[in-house]
Design a binder for this molecule. Structure first.
Ligand code: DSN
Length: 427
């Protein structure tokens, strides 16, 4: 059939592009693309995923129901998605040296929830890092399910060093005898000693779960101590340093596989999002390349340069610096709150998030700090020279006497910097 004949026979839904079917929504997507292109993205948990991942995420696999696991589904027609899921699982196993992988969790929170559901009874004791010291909502915050369903004990950072104090964590573990210890953070700029955590867990008969969401890309690249070999469970998102689709994964020891799989489905979820599972498969393939490894190296190098430049400009960093992709600036000494800094930077085209610093006297809606990360700008192509310019713009924007005209000039500098780093030119 000629192309025109095929088109004439095709239902309008299969022909019309989004901009024809829904111009209002298409306009918003275009606006968001322009925002991403036109701002310097320094949110430590964000990244720009690859074109390959975008294509997989927008594929016809979104049409397919596949409750169950490859070879054991509750729907027919799963022969292709079985291959896709097996590919994702095998690639993830190879990437992280994992015994068992479940790629179905819709997010990092769901992945954590599944581990707790598999491992803990209601009211069991959980030991994890406080949210306001760098932990995560699902690490036992009172208003989160984890804080409601389990008996939560927490550890934080040392007031003097701004670092984890493993001896103190060991003491708390001895006192509290948790069932499960959670290591891993959302705002901790230093390497985490997972082997030490594993020793602490073993010494009190607890299991260890590492939430490596922030550092998964660094782990894949061999740039951070490996949690997989020493932990019972490792959870991660796939969209942070790993630069894949917005989603989650659980890695565990083989002996725990059956319980984890049951906890994800039918315990917590129904049909997996097969288009996102496909996008995860693409992400794991890319994360195994030399280019990816070099980008992770550059991410860490960029963070080090940005941290040093901000410190030279008078900004205090929690723990005095960074070993990874992020830093936590304590703005107390420069007399500006986290929310003011976030807004000020947004005005000049830089995106960060306000973030509590350890022992923060201000509420979480205000905070004394901002978290700054380099994964997204590094994916975009920034290197050391650009990071120095970014630091200069941040310092100028946060200065006490910055005027409206200064902000306009800084916004222009941001635009000039971004002009050499095109983002998704095909879109
Ligand atoms: N909210 C994420 C972050 O920004 O680190 C963690 O899930």
């Amino acid at each position: 059939m000629a192309r025109s004949q095929v088109e004439a026979k095709t239902q309008p839904e299969f022909r019309e592009r989004l901009r024809e079917a829904d111009p209002e929504l298409a306009g918003l997507l275009k606006k968001e693309l322009a925002r991403q292109r036109g701002t310097i993205e320094l949110i430590a948990s964000e990244n720009f995923t690859s074109r390959a991942v975008l294509e997989a995420a927008a594929s016809v696999l979104t049409n397919k129901y596949a409750e169950g696991y490859p070879g054991a589904r509750y729907y027919g027609g799963c022969e292709v998605v079985d291959e896709v899921e097996t590919l994702a699982v095998d690639r993830c196993k190879t990437l992280f040296g994992a015994e068992h992988v479940n790629v179905q969790p819709h997010s990092g929170s769901t992945a954590n929830q599944a581990v707790y559901f598999a491992e803990l009874a209601m009211g069991d004791a959980l030991l994890a890092m406080k949210l306001d010291h760098g932990g995560h909502l699902t690490h036992g915050l009172k208003v989160n399910f984890s804080g409601r369903f389990y008996h939560v004990h927490s550890y934080g950072l040392d007031r003097e060093t701004g670092r984890l104090d493993y001896d103190r964590i060991e003491e708390i573990a001895r006192e509290r005898q948790p069932h499960l210890i959670v290591a891993g953070a959302s705002a901790y700029p230093r390497r985490i000693d997972f082997a030490r955590f594993a020793g602490i867990a073993r010494s009190v008969g607890a299991r260890l779960m590492v939430d490596m969401a922030h550092i998964a890309g660094l782990v894949a690249a061999g740039l951070h101590p490996d949690p997989v070999a020493v932990s019972d469970y490792v959870t991660t998102t796939t969209h942070k340093t790993l630069a894949g689709p917005r989603s989650g994964v659980i890695i565990c020891k083989q002996e725990l596989a059956r319980n984890i799989d049951k906890a994800v489905f039918p315990g917590l979820q129904g049909g997996p999002l097969m288009h996102i599972v496909a996008a995860k498969a693409a992400c794991f393939k890319l994360a195994a390349t030399e280019e990816f490894r070099q980008r992770q190296q550059q991410t860490v190098a960029n963070a080090a340069v940005l941290a040093a430049s901000l410190q030279q400009g008078g900004i205090q960093l929690v723990s005095g610096g960074t070993d990874n992709h992020l830093m936590l600036a304590d703005l107390t000494d420069i007399g500006i709150t986290g929310i003011e800094a976030e807004n000020r930077l947004e005005e000049v085209g830089i995106t960060v998030n306000k973030n509590p610093v350890p022992f923060d006297p201000l509420p979480p809606t205000v905070t004394s700090g901002i978290r700054i990360g380099t994964p997204a700008v590094t994916t975009r192509g920034f290197r050391e020279a650009e990071m120095e310019e970014v630091a200069a713009i941040i310092l100028a924007a946060l200065g006490r006497s910055v005027t409206g005209a200064d902000k306009k000039r800084l916004r222009r500098r941001v635009g000039e910097l971004l002009a050499s780093f095109p983002l998704y030119p095909h879109l």
